[in-house]
Design a protein around this ligand. Structure first.
Ligand code: EPU
Length: 329
């Protein structure tokens, strides 16, 4: 049985029946229908294989980039198996700005619209003009405009109505030719009139200083989503616990999950081989040959402790995969 350890960034030692690398969507559809239990993987940076997976795993290696321009925008259509950070770097080298705040996010281009990856004040959905996909059952090719993708915080239609039914083949980005730096978040606000390259380098430095490199310490980035609370719930928390950080988000207030986990004393704590990162407690790490059970125990203990103390249910941001497919905690 082939190992999945190097195919997901948490590096748990799970195996599966077979691993297919596909470089055409027709090949993908043929092979997919030949097997009953399947899992479609991008870069493996947001998926944890907790135990041996009974089925076949499909790894997307669709490649290719095409460019056109309008008077005001660069329009770039990118195949979904391209690497995200390499794409951001290439765009910058071409002088196409907009994605620099999203430098160094691990994963594939096709995964970006699914969970609407975001960091340092920017979400991928802000720049996605269209997503092309194939229906896995019928093989039909469809396209959705960005405005039809229902992008929200770590959310999109690809996580709801279309989840499990499609293969994203291409993502089309529209980047304005006019440079509009976004420096609202944290340390970026200290920069004065930064170039896109400065933002790119600053984001890379912040990420390297805060987030462990999955190549040396297995992890899947933020393990939980930041909860969005009703304004009244947030006010109750402030009344009871004092200075609770919060950022307005639509109708509610987004509170850093890291803050709750930190307050509950989890920083640096270990269960088996899993360690809650001592600098960024939203990240769980594979510190010492962790098992899937260690991951579940740590995640459940954090969720239970935070919920008991603050009445805030945390929701995993990562996808957890058991022997027969995705599971929820
Ligand atoms: N905080 C603490 N204690 C800590 C660390 C953080 O209380 O030890 C609190 C502080 O209030 C801090 C706040 O958490 O101001 C926010 O921390 P940070 O800027 O590190 O960001 P985050 O909310 O924890 C989110 C994303 C990250 C993204 C950063 C920057 C989610 C789930 N995570 O993290 O995305 O890089 O913002 O934009 O939204 C990922 O999704 O994998 C990811 C790394």
């Amino acid at each position: 049985m082939p190992s999945l350890q190097t195919h997901h960034t948490f590096h748990l030692p799970a195996q599966c029946q077979y691993i297919h690398h596909f470089s055409s969507s027709d090949t993908f559809l043929d092979l997919w229908h030949g097997s009953a239990t399947n899992y479609l993987l991008g870069g493996g940076s947001n998926t944890l294989f907790l135990e041996d997976f009974e089925g076949q795993v499909f790894i997307n290696t669709l490649k290719g980039i095409s460019y056109r321009e309008t008077k005001n925008s660069h329009i770039i259509k990118v195949a979904s198996g391209e690497n995200w950070h390499e794409l951001v770097t290439r765009f910058l080298a071409e002088g196409w700005h907009g994605l620099e705040n999203l430098a160094l996010i691990p994963g594939s281009v096709g995964a970006a619209p699914i969970q609407n990856i975001g960091a340092y004040g920017v979400e991928a959905g802000n720049f996605i003009a269209a997503v092309e996909y194939r229906d896995i059952q019928t093989g039909e090719t469809n396209e959705r405009m960005g405005s039809e993708c229902l992008f929200g915080y770590r959310d999109s239609i690809f996580k709801s109505a279309l989840a499990g039914h499609i293969l994203i083949t291409h993502v089309t980005f529209e980047l304005p030719k006019k440079y509009q730096p976004i420096t609202t978040y944290g340390d970026l606000a200290k920069l004065t009139d930064p170039s896109a390259n400065e933002i790119y380098n600053t984001v890379i430095n912040i990420r390297r200083s805060k987030l462990p490199d999955p190549d040396t310490l297995g992890n899947a980035g933020s393990f939980f989503k930041n909860p969005v609370l009703l304004a009244s719930h947030y006010q109750d928390l402030k009344n009871e616990f004092g200075a609770v950080p919060g950022f307005s988000a639509g109708n509610g207030v987004k509170v850093p999950a890291a803050w709750f986990i930190d307050q509950c004393g989890f920083k640096g704590k270990t269960i088996g081989g899993v360690r809650c990162h001592p600098d960024q407690p939203l990240v769980l790490t594979n510190a010492n040959n962790a098992s899937g059970d260690d991951v579940i125990s740590m995640a459940q203990l954090i969720m239970q402790t935070v919920n008991e103390r603050y009445a805030v249910p945390l929701e995993p941001e990562v996808r957890l995969v058991g022997s027969a497919g995705a599971i929820t905690l």
